[in-house]
Design a protein around this ligand. Sequence first.
Ligand code: SF4
Ligand code: SF4
Length: 138
Amino acid sequence: MIFSKWWKKEPLRFECQPDCFKCCCKPGFVYFDKDDIQRAAEYLDISPQKFKQTFLTQDGRYWMLEVEENQACLFLTPDGCNIHPAKPKQCQTYPFWPEIMDSKNTWELTSAFCPGINKGPVIPTDTISKLLKNKTDL
Ligand code: SF4
Ligand code: SF4
């Protein structure tokens, strides 16, 4: 995907909103690559194998956690993500995903879902670049 990098030309604000958790309740898949599995397993003090067996499903070479309609990610607790310091890159980098950052239009469309978009401090462009590069290794 070729980025227009429109976000380098204007200040972009983002601040995750307290007690929102909308993106942890969205139906879909939370992907875990090898590093994500290692980090989350270490945080929970279990082996990567045990982490996969206990929490993830496999589709080919992909490991993932499915969030079904009207449900939340199984790591979500009333206080937030139970593996927050070790959450997978997919979650660490939201909403700075290539498909969201592709254009101002996709960013603004996502703001209808994520109330943190266009709020809070301006995010430096080099931070955005790093987040865009810190992708899940699928
Ligand atoms: S939807 Fe946005 S504001 Fe809400 S928890 Fe996710 S990142 Fe934070
Ligand atoms: S792993 Fe944590 S941050 Fe990611 S979707 Fe699940 S609860 Fe949310």
